[in-house]
Design a protein around this ligand. Structure first.
Ligand code: ADP
Length: 921
């Protein structure tokens, strides 16, 4: 359908003018530069002009009308646009500038702008929509482009991190990007149109006035602004005010702010860094100087200024020859030339320091390049004296270690851990050579299994591996059969680390423990023996019935047997190991109290008080003091001490070599009891003896009277006073007389013996001349000797003073001389002597060369009635003479003795205490 048809239908009846007008209208529409259409409510075109067809990419209206059946789907890119079109039409009654994207026939998308209205008939019924379409693609594209550009620009302005704002002459904000707002702490809507002072606050506003004044004078002005941002960060801004000049007048200004915090920090860091660097250079262990190609010093640190005569600061700006002299420079010329060629020459120089000490410096020339050109050089002087000394010391140290290494008795194996995880000998010392019986040259380079028997090697390898893997010291013992025999070797494996801490080497230290082990074993054995011996000793001591106490040199009991405590102490008391002397005394006190004695009473019972030293022990207290001291020091045998159960004991104590005591506690109870019994028996016997002696004395006395009559009358008869007698009568009378005489002698002897036994002989000791008494006795015995034909030698002249009783001494001497005469032989001799003896004694000797006494019978002499076989012989005697001699000698403080043998004669003597000459005291 054509537009014309529609107009015809709509117009109804018409005249020629109208027709003309319609024709014109139709022509106009057909040729209009914009598209014109009529469309139905359901989205079909009723008519369209040529322009629309062209706009939509069709060759003609007819083609387009034929192709487009559904505007919503075929024309609009977004089919919803048709609905929107209808909605607006319905709501507003028309649509204007309704912009949509549509498809052209070739599928290209273009922008159109539609304006349309509904057309109704006279009755008001809807007929169709009439509208025009304009291609706005170009406009749309331009718009979009510029929007995109602006957004991009804005993004850029926001993204560059530079705050940008624009302020007009009245200081109203006309533009501000995001960073700016962020710094200012203002949201996007709050800043535009606001006055600067209101945004900034009066203080900051005033502070920035000089810069604003400058920018309004047309100057570009810059300044730094420290600021705390919204997020509380302290930042430093670099602000740039740029004037906006229009027609020669400043109409506003741009404020550009840049966050330079990092920059400022970097600057500060750089400054600090430079300072540090300078410090570093100054603290370098070398003097560092820099020289340009003309040998002018440009830099020098201050190293060695304190030690040497120069001041490096004064070098700067000077030519080298001014510093070290032209001559030196001439000498150093080769070095200068070399370094300026880019080489790095170096030499050593010895210089004295301030103290005149020679120091060794190494001088290093280091070229400074700029590109390929050498622009100057560094001269670095380093004092190596200490290093050299240290090196020497190190060498010496190493030598010392080497000495230890070579001389130590332990075998040292330095072993390398090979990359395959095996262990190879790197170095060994002489002790190791000795231990292995191999030379170092043979050992070095060998793996463990190459120098040890397989089993040992496996074990040692395992130890090496542990040491390397666990990085710890390992110790073990191995047994080896080597040249010197079966050895026990204590081996220590110690890891050695490289500079990265890895275990690369292992030090093996082998100590031959064979002898030590043997010694240990021997010691253990001897200890065991000792223990055994000790045990046996203890058993032996324990089995003793005597008590044994061993006191240590510390005054405490070291050992004791149970006899001590069991025999003498009440139950629950007694000695224990570790007790001191004082504590031991307390035990004695318990003991005595348990038997009802105070310590002092017990002491009195010991019979020790007879000791004159103990005179002032009068009570428990003085005794305790005495006893404690005595217990600490005494040796020998103690007095008899009372114990429990009526027992008595003595302590026999000796010093030990260790400085203590050993005590034996000996039970004397029985001996003591026996002694008592004996004493009682003795007293009894003594009394009986005395009675017997008294009886004998009386008897003898009674016997003497009739005997005297017998002797007297027989004597008268022999002298024939009462008439002559026949020879036989005379002979018989002689027997009576002799027997009487003998009997009287016997009675006299018994009387004397009885008298002496019953203690009835009184002696009075005075100082007498023994020589005189001996002479008297000789004179008395001379007739008897002459009668028997015995030579009785005279006594030597002189005095011999003794303490004795004259009568008793004479009696003794007469008896001894009589025996010497009696038991002699015809022509025999008796000698009498006086000799001084040691200890102020005087000896009187009566020696004969008669029959003598058998040696073995000498012990039987001095017994009453003992005549040693003479009783059957021709010599008359009673066997009482010698008994009297001994008793009398004892009574006068002397003693007798004899020496004799058969056929050799006898020598009797009596020793008496010598006395000083009377009147000469
Ligand atoms: P008696 O002479 O009366 O027999 P003594 O007591 O005087 O008794 O002597 C005891 C004995 O000692 C003598 O019987 C004699 O055997 C011996 N005897 C004493 N003196 C001598 C002596 N000088 N030489 C040899 N025997 C002696």
């Amino acid at each position: 359908m054509r537009v014309a048809d529609v107009t015809e239908k709509a117009s109804g009846s018409r005249g020629p003018v109208v027709d003309e007008a319609l024709k014109l209208y139709r022509e106009m529409l057909d040729n209009a530069p914009w598209g014109v259409f009529h469309s139905t409510a359901d989205g079909r075109y009723i008519s369209a002009n040529q322009a629309l067809a062209k706009l939509y990419g069709y060759a003609s209206q007819v083609e387009m009308m034929a192709a487009v059946k559904d505007i919503a789907r075929q024309i609009y890119v977004d089919p919803g646009r048709r609905e929107e079109f209808l909605r607006r039409m319905h709501e507003d009654g028309a649509v204007s500038s309704f912009e949509s994207r549509i498809y052209r026939r070739d599928g290209a998308v273009i922008w159109i702008s539609e304006s349309a209205r509904p057309v109704h008939d006279a009755a008001g019924n809807f007929l169709y929509f009439e509208g025009n379409v304009e291609d706005i693609t170009r406009i749309k594209n331009t718009e979009e482009e510029s929007r995109r550009r602006e957004a991009g620009l804005r993004q850029l302005v926001n993204a560059i991190g530079v705050g940008v704002s624009y302020w007009d002459r009245d200081l109203i904000c006309r533009f501000a990007n995001d960073p700016h707002r962020e710094w200012a702490g203002i949201g996007p809507d709050e800043i535009l149109g606001q006055h600067l002072e209101k945004l900034m606050g009066p203080a900051r506003f005033a502070a920035q006035k000089p810069y604003r004044d400058a920018v309004f004078r047309g100057e570009t002005t810059a300044f730094r602004l420290p600021l705390t941002t919204l997020s509380g960060e302290d930042v430093e801004l670099q602000i740039l005010f740029t004037p906006d000049v229009r027609d020669g007048a400043v109409v506003g200004y741009y404020a550009v702010g840049m966050d330079v915090t990092a920059l400022v920090r970097a600057e500060a860091e750089l400054a600090a860094h430079e300072k540090e660097l300078r410090l570093l250079v100054n603290s370098m262990p070398s003097l560092i100087t820099y020289w340009d190609r003309d040998l002018i010093c440009r830099f020098a640190n201050d190293r060695y200024n304190d030690q040497v005569e120069w001041d490096s600061a004064s070098f700067i700006g000077k030519h080298a020859s001014e510093i070290v002299g032209a001559e030196q420079i001439a000498r150093d010329k080769p070095y200068h030339e070399a370094v300026l060629r880019g080489e790095r020459p170096t030499f050593m120089v010895a210089l004295p320091n301030k103290n005149g000490e020679i120091r060794h410096f190494r001088m290093d020339f280091v070229p400074k390049f700029e590109g390929r050109d050498v622009v100057g050089f560094y001269l670095i002087a380093t004092d190596l004296t200490d290093l050299k000394n240290a090196e020497t010391a190190l060498r010496e140290n190493e030598a010392r270690y080497r000495e230890v290494f070579n001389n130590i008795a332990d075998a040292i194996f330095l072993t390398e851990v090979t990359p395959e995880g095996r262990f190879k000998v790197l170095e060994v010392n002489p002790a190791a050579e000795h231990q292995m019986g191999m030379a170092a040259a043979e050992l070095v380079g060998l793996h463990v299994e190459e120098y040890l028997p397989p089993e040992t090697a496996e074990f040692v390898n395992r130890q090496f591996l542990h040491c390397a893997e666990r990085d710890s010291v390992h110790r073990c013992e191995i047994e080896l059969d080597i040249a010197t025999g079966h050895r026990i070797i204590h081996v220590t494996f110690a890891p050695i680390h490289d500079d990265k801490g890895a275990v690369r080497r292992i030090l093996g230290l082998g100590r031959d423990m064979t002898e030590a082990r043997e010694m240990e074993q021997a010691m253990l054995a001897s200890e065991a023996r000792e223990r055994l011996a000790h045990g046996r000793l203890m058993d032996a001591i324990e089995s003793l019935s005597d008590g044994v106490v061993l006191w240590g040199p510390d005054g405490r009991i070291q050992m004791l047997n149970s006899a001590v405590t069991e025999h003498y102490f009440p139950p629950g008391h007694g000695f224990t190991i570790g007790m001191s002397h004082g504590e031991a005394y307390d035990q004695f006190v318990y003991l005595w109290r348990s038997i009802g004695l105070s310590p002092h009473q017990a002491y009195l019972m010991t019979e020790a008080p007879n000791d004159p030293k103990a005179a002032d022990i009068s009570d428990d207290e003085t005794f305790a003091a005495f006893a404690r001291n005595w217990l600490e020091t005494f040796t020998g045998t103690s007095p008899e001490i009372p114990g429990v159960n009526g027992r008595w004991f003595v302590i026999h104590r000796q010093r030990t070599r260790e400085g203590g005591f050993v005590e034996f506690w000996i039970d004397v109870t029985e001996r003591r009891n026996r002694e008592r019994e004996l004493r009682a028996a003795w007293a009894e016997a003594d009394a009986a003896n005395r009675a017997k002696s008294r009886f004998l004395a009386q008897m003898s006395h009674e016997l003497r009277t009739p005997l005297n009559a017998v002797i007297g009358f027989s004597d008268l008869m022999q002298k024939e006073i009462a008439g002559p007698m026949s020879p036989v009568q005379a002979e018989y009378c002689g027997y009576i007389h002799n027997s009487g005489e003998h009997l009287l002698q016997l009675v006299q002897g018994v009387l004397d013996y009885a008298a002496i036994e019953s203690d009835e002989i009184k002696v009075s000791l005075t100082t007498i001349d023994a020589a005189l008494v001996l002479n008297q006795a000789r004179d008395l015995m001379l007739p008897l000797a002459q009668k028997a034909g015995i030579h009785l030698a005279p006594v030597c002249e002189g005095e011999a003073w003794v303490s004795a009783d004259t009568l008793r001494l004479r009696q003794i001497l007469i008896n001894l001389i009589a025996n010497a005469v009696k038991y002699n032989r015809s022509g025999g001799e008796v000698r009498l002597d006086l000799t001084a003896r040691p200890s102020h004694m005087l000896r009187i000797t009566i020696a004969d060369n008669g029959i003598g006494i058998p040696k073995e019978r000498l012990g039987e002499l001095f017994r009453p009635f003992e005549r040693l076989g003479q009783e059957g012989g021709g010599v008359e005697g009673t066997g009482l003479g010698l008994v009297l001699v001994r008793r009398l000698a004892e009574r006068i403080g002397g003693s007798v003795g004899v020496e004799s043998d058969t056929g050799r004669g006898s020598t009797f003597w009596i020793d008496l205490p010598a006395a000083s000459v009377p009147g000469q005291d």
